[in-house]
Unconditional design. Structure first.
Length: 94
């Protein structure tokens, strides 16, 4: 299992400031190494989107959007679990 973000002391996270000096249209990208998919696979990660200036989180696999979240989701970590049906090696992009 590959975890982008964990709400514990193990794992890693990516922090992106969404207030000043950010401007509309600014974005950040996070790309995984190519992961092996074999049929229906659960892609699971945690995300934290808090604040009035929060934008949109989009997760793409094989060029297809598999997850979207926008705006303030409260000051807590949330879990996303998405089933994807693919075979082969693909990068997960954020």
């Amino acid at each position: 299992m590959f975890n982008f973000h964990l709400p514990t002391s193990i794992g890693y996270y990516m922090y992106i400031e969404t207030s000043y000096p950010r401007q509309p249209g600014d974005y950040a990208k996070l790309n995984s190494p190519k992961l092996q998919f074999s049929g229906i696979t659960c892609l699971q990660f945690y995300y934290h989107m808090y604040g009035a200036s929060m934008g949109t989180l989009t997760v793409n696999v094989n060029g297809n959007s598999v997850f979207n979240a926008s705006g303030d989701k409260g000051n807590k970590w949330r879990n996303a679990s998405i089933d994807v049906n693919l075979s082969g090696k693909f990068a997960v992009r954020d």
